[in-house]
Design a protein around this ligand. Sequence first.
Ligand SMILES: [Mg+2]
Length: 176
Amino acid sequence: MGKGLRPDIWVSDIYSINLGYLKDIGIKALFFDIDNTLIQYSDHESDDRLDAWLEKVLDEGFGVGFLSNGKDERIFSFAEKVTVKGETLTKHPNFKVTGSARKPLSKGFRKLAGKFNLKKDKVAMVGDQLFTDILGGNWFGCYTILVDPINRDDDHWFVTFKRHFEKPFLKKFKKS
Ligand SMILES: [Mg+2]
C-alpha cells in the first residue's frame, strides 16, 4: 500500500533539514512546495535567510525544484525575487519549476523529475500539507519531508479545511 500520508521525516521548518543525511541516502534534488513551506501564503517575497539557505542547498550540489499547485507566473515571480550568488534563482542551471502541478497527482512530480533527468528515488519532496505534498510524494515514490506550516493563521480557507482532516494523522506521526 505504500506509505500513504506518512512522511519519511517531519521537521519544524526547512532550515532543520539535514542536507548531509539526504546526500548520504542518495537524494539529488529537493522539490519544494511554496506556500507556507518556503514563504507565507500572503507573502510574495524572499528574505536573506531563505536566499542563503537555498544557495547552500544548490552549493551542496542538490537540484532545487519548485512544485506548486499555483500558477507558473506566481511561482516565477517569487523565484525571481530569490537571490543566489548575486543572481536571480531562475537563472541558476540547477533550478526548475513545475506549476499547476495538481498535487497529489503524480504527473507534476514526474514532469519535474524529468526536467532534472532524475529517477523518483533521487528526489525528496518538502511540503507542509499531508494531503497534497506528502501523499503526492509517497504516491510518486520519492522521499518525503513534512514541515510545519510557516503561519497557520495565514492559510487559505480551503487549506484550513484540509488541515482539520490532517489532525488525526499528525497525531500518529512523530516529529523527528
Ligand atoms: Mg503549502
